[in-house]
Write a protein that binds this ligand. Structure first.
Ligand code: NAD
Ligand code: DAU
Length: 364
């Protein structure tokens, strides 16, 4: 993977889950590029995720909001940015149901700001040659599948169901339009559910691990039969870098794990790993903590992603199987107590847990 040399790369949202894993991955691959991590540090952004690279001469952190057009433009100029990898977003579906406004601002307006600044600054500084704007998106833009429906391909019509998915769909359309109208050199990846280290414990897998360890109920929305496709975060990072270096401009690539399972099965698998890892815990068998609660409104039933295009064109496929990825994730959360205490000890985390779960009546 060595086609296009990277120079000054702007990573937005690099203090979050996938962004921080991507920065570690990038610095590990010795690309010898300058990485500028621009993140406004919302509740989901956590600089501790990058502690081990904070003094790396190839890494700079800037606390900034992608909705601040003028400040963002100055960053492009000051740091001579030639590549953008755009992760920054409001990313949690349940929060988009509780409070959609911020999703519209960050995911749509923020993405527009980045595109417009890239277009104007790059046009005025040598043109688009050697420049690249990569947009990180989601499989949720395609809507939901029923059992037996074929997996999402890059040509599946968009049909987003949650405010989160709709805001990401809008941003994808704007990115695509900047390619077609202005020839801005863009690529897009649409990926399925990631899991792994540094994931904020509002999402299913880390929430289940943390609740199980402390003997709290494991909240399963509805009947738990909804199906997601799971991908270990490092595989996603590798796919993104491949697309940046070898992908065709203007193209979209679906990225997936080939691991479609009902939520209840994933949760029971985590419980079984915890039973083995913590045999003396008073909460063994952890499965007894499973609690069915009121469903998510508009809950998408099933996602399945066809990633044949990136497999054949760029020779990418996931390296981690679900079993090993889940075991290593469980072990990461068990051995990073400081991270967990710091994240879950903040009032903003407890507020969310109270808001999202206290009114959910037990469903069964
Ligand atoms: P995350 O919520 O963990 O991190 C988001 C990061 O963006 C945080 O560091 C936050 O501080 C930052 N941010 C938010 N608003 C900002 C703003 N206005 N200005 C600057 N920074 C801001 O999200 P994640 O799970 O790492 O997802 C990253 C990207 O990948 C998102 O675009 C998401 O839609 C996409 N994605 C996520 C998944 C997944 O399973 N998590 C799957 C497919 C695609
Ligand atoms: O598909 C990609 C998407 O995956 C990303 O674009 C999103 O940013 C990311 O958050 C994720 O969205 P999901 O809604 O699928 O992830 P979440 O972890 O919130 O939920 C996974 C499944 O588990 C979903 O069917 C809802 C269910 N769930 C979730 C929570 C938080 C529960 O049953 N109980 C819970 O408490």
């Amino acid at each position: 993977m060595n086609k296009k040399p990277l120079k000054n790369i702007l990573v937005t949202g690099g203090a979050g889950f996938i962004g921080s894993n991507f920065i570690h991955y990038l610095l590990k691959t010795n690309e010898n590029c300058q990485v500028v991590n621009l993140d406004s540090l919302t509740y989901a952004g956590y600089l501790e995720n990058l502690r081990s690279v904070q003094n790396n001469p190839n890494y700079t952190f800037l606390k900034q909001d992608i909705c601040d057009f003028d400040a963002l433009k100055a960053v492009f100029i000051d740091y001579k940015i030639d590549t953008v990898v755009h992760f920054a977003a409001e990313s949690h579906v349940d929060r988009s149901i509780a409070n959609p406004g911020q999703f519209i601002q960050t995911n749509i307006v923020g993405t527009y700001n980045l595109l417009e600044i890239a277009r104007s600054v790059w046009s005025e500084n040598g043109g688009f040659d050697g420049k690249h704007f990569h947009h990180v998106s989601t499989d949720e833009v395609y809507g939901m599948l029923m059992m037996g429906d074929p997996a999402f391909t890059e040509t599946t019509p968009y049909s987003p169901n949650s405010p989160y998915a709709a805001s990401k769909a809008s941003s994808d359309h704007i990115v695509r339009a900047y390619y077609h109208t202005f020839n801005l050199p863009v690529t897009i990846t649409n990926c399925s559910n990631n899991y792994g280290p540094n994931q904020y414990p509002e999402k299913l897998i880390p929430l289940i691990i943390l609740n199980a360890v402390s003997g709290k109920p494991l909240p399963i929305y509805g009947d738990g039969l909804q199906i997601r496709d799971w991908l270990y975060v490092e595989d996603h990072c590798e796919a993104i870098l491949k697309v940046i270096k070898e992908g065709t401009l203007g193209e979209t690539y679906n990225v997936g794990g080939g691991n479609q399972f009902p939520n209840i099965k994933i949760v029971k698998q985590i419980c079984a790993f915890l039973d083995k890892e913590l045999p003396t815990s008073p909460f063994v068998p952890h499965e007894n903590l499973i609690t069915f609660v009121k469903d998510r409104p508009g809950h998408d039933f099933r996602y399945d992603i066809n990633f044949e295009k990136i497999k054949h064109e760029l020779n990418w496929q996931p390296k981690f199987n679900l079993n090993e990825g889940l075991i290593s994730t469980v072990k990461w959360y068990l051995s990073n107590r400081d991270w967990i205490e710091s994240v879950t000890g903040k009032p903003i985390f407890q507020e969310w847990i109270n808001n999202n779960y206290s009114d959910r009546k037990v469903a069964k």
